[in-house]
Design a protein. Sequence first.
Length: 101
Amino acid sequence: MIQELPMFQLFDRDECAGRTFLRLLMERTGDGQKVTVRDLAEAAGVSRSLIGNLLTGKTKQLPYDAALRAAERLGVDGDVLWVQAARSVRSRESPRTRVNA
């Protein structure tokens, strides 16, 4: 059985949307270097359009491994930028199954 990696989504804070925070981190990385969309996409192992979609809000999610590589490139811990997304697949149990009490 192939197990899919969990998806992670940008973490929205009360004072700052996740995409805004991502853009801020790209401007001010841990090593002082500005990170371009291309740089971040290459580091995360995803397309430039996916990073662009994160920045515009068209998407909020990346696979687990890509999210961690992106955070590493930005010089932050993964949980500063990402939170695990809600389950995206149905469980094996039918939604009509009930436990009789």
